[in-house]
Design a protein around this ligand. Structure first.
Ligand SMILES: *Cc1c(COP(=O)(O)O)cnc(C)c1O
Length: 234
């Protein structure tokens, strides 16, 4: 069990290092987020004991239960799932990063609800540049329109953009989708916005994402194995 986890972690780290080298990215510039949705606290513990530091979760209640079980570990927690307004209080209090902000209202609530004793909550805006109806996320104009208000909010710190492009097995298509996110980020930086994070790349397309400047890859299957059906609805 542990040997399998170790093998998967080594393989994913190898893929990240190889892509950094191939695409002239500085070594260590891509952070690995282990996406643990549906997987148990025990599987998370194995990987954290092997050196994984960042865990991503998509369902609030499921995440809170695991966080409670794993209190003794030093984990940076990332919320990457759809955000319902009635869950923002728990997300604001229990996570270090939120990647999936797709409307200003959610950013306002997280800002109001981030406990004052905690460091600022790091956030990304989720973009949906392919305009897929099945996924959340802002288009280019929506992102531009949200920037000033979100940057002015206290207790949250806008770090960059997150994207989940359409699944494709074609490397060129994968790169093209990630390139659009990178270009939007570059346009924002060109306008003077101080952004340093691109959260993009999953098990099947992390190389293309790294080629296009990803700084955080969110890896589930390649680290934890296949997911069975979601077990714990919020
Ligand atoms: C599930 C999920 C991932 C991980 O996907 P894999 O293909 O299993 O690596 C990454 N990002 C988000 C937002 C997810 O929901």
């Amino acid at each position: 069990m542990n040997a399998a986890a170790q093998h998967r972690l080594e393989q994913v780290r190898h893929r990240i290092r190889a892509a950094e080298q191939q695409y002239n990215r500085p070594a260590g510039s891509v952070r690995l987020i282990g996406v643990a949705k549906v997987h148990t606290a025990t599987s998370i513990r194995s990987l954290v004991e092997l050196g994984l530091t960042d865990i991503g979760e998509s369902y609030v209640q499921e995440a809170l239960a695991k966080q409670n079980t794993l209190r003794d570990l030093n984990i940076t927690w990332h919320y990457i799932g759809h955000i319902q307004s009635n869950k923002t209080r728990e997300i604001a209090a229990q996570f270090d990063w939120v990647h999936s902000i797709d409307r200003i209202k959610v950013a306002r609530r997280l800002s109001e609800q981030r406990p004052t004793g905690q460091p600022d909550l790091d956030i990304c805006l989720q973009v949906n540049l392919q305009l897929e109806a099945s996924k959340g996320g802002l288009n280019e104009a929506g992102t531009l329109a949200a920037m000033d208000e979100i940057l002015a909010l206290p207790r949250i710190r806008l770090r960059g953009l997150m994207a989940i492009p359409k699944a494709s097995s074609n490397f060129g298509e994968q790169r093209e989708a990630f390139a659009r996110v990178r270009l939007l980020q570059e346009a924002l930086v060109g306008r003077g916005y101080d952004l340093d994070t691109l959260s993009m790349g999953m098990s099947a397309d992390l190389e293309a994402a790294i080629a296009e400047g990803s700084t955080m890859v969110r890896i589930g299957t390649a680290l934890f194995g296949l997911r069975s059906q979601r077990s714990s609805p919020d």
